[in-house]
Design a binder for this molecule. Structure first.
Ligand code: NDP
Length: 253
């Protein structure tokens, strides 16, 4: 890849790379030339991703990471940062879908701990290394349109993603002086293996009818936004939220 979107020679950490969007983001960054550090708890899945990336001519390595554990984050970010870290995609995330009257403290804790505090841990620890090494960087927090609008059954998830959007702005303000950019990418409903059956169901069709573009995004639809935010093409972009949602956020009330 040439020009302002080129990230050859950069080192990129992708959390939650053992499935879904994280796996896709890792492959996209590797195709664009980055050495990708793929991180999650299920290391055997990461190893298979690393092999696939290498078979396609890319460069990658697997890192065990639990974003809910400060020691694990410190260890993984240290390995990722030696000899240097340029790009962080804070993608690890979980959801518990249940009406709020049935939700438990554990539901709230696991979602907020993973999505919000986990993203904060990874972003701040990575930035600490970037600052120490005098290295500019780009941090992309994977949020959701549920950080801006609400839906039934996902209170902790929506609150966690709203927190991620505000944290993005606050970190961007503090890190700008170190030439570290922080942005959020907010996908709408993306069709992946995990939700394909639901999206094809009658409920899925009703959901689709409320999206102005009348389609769910494919993981590939996120590539342009991701590459913009992590490359020189986005050098003046920080503290923003980029929604990739077929217009779902501007759906008519
Ligand atoms: P998946 O469930 O497929 O992937 C979630 C990833 O997060 C897994 O790789 C999992 O790996 C990792 N993860 C979960 N908990 C932890 C933890 N404690 N430490 C490290 N890694 C962890 O979900 P998606 O790919 O769909 O979602 C990825 C991100 O995109 C999430 O932040 C989600 O909120 C967001 N998103 C997704 C949308 C969609 O339509 N799919 C829409 C909008 C946003 P492991 O279990 O191996 O640790």
């Amino acid at each position: 890849m040439n020009g302002v979107f080129d990230i050859s020679g950069k080192r990129a950490l992708v959390t939650g790379a053992s499935s879904g969007l994280g796996e896709h983001f890792a492959q996209t960054l590797a195709r664009a030339g980055a050495h990708v550090l793929v991180a999650a708890r299920r290391v055997e899945r990461l190893q298979s991703l690393v092999e696939r990336i290498r078979e396609n001519g890319g460069s990658a390595q697997a890192l065990a990471l639990d974003v809910c554990c400060a020691d694990s984050v410190a260890r993984a970010v240290q390995i990722a940062s030696e000899p240097g870290l340029d790009i962080v995609v804070n993608n690890a995330g979980v959801s518990v879908a249940r009406p709020v009257l049935e939700q438990t403290e554990e539901d709230w804790d696991v979602v907020l701990e993973t999505n919000l505090k986990g993203s904060w841990r990874v972003a701040s620890e990575s930035a600490r290394w970037m600052v120490k090494q005098g290295r500019p960087g780009s941090i992309v927090n994977i949020a959701s349109i549920l950080g801006e609008r609400v839906a039934g059954g996902v209170v902790p998830y929506a609150v966690s993603k709203a927190g991620v959007l505000h944290m993005t702005r606050a970190l961007a303000l503090e890190f700008a002086r170190y030439d570290i950019r922080v942005n959020a990418l907010a996908p709408g409903y993306v069709s992946t293996e995990l939700n394909a059956d639901f999206l094809a169901s009658e409920s899925g069709k009703r959901l689709m009818s409320r999206i102005p573009q009348r389609r769910f995004a494919d993981p590939q639809d996120l590539d342009g936004a991701l590459l913009l935010l992590v490359s020189q093409a986005g050098r003046a972009i920080t503290g923003t939220t980029l929604a990739v949602d077929g217009g779902h956020l501007i759906s008519s009330l």
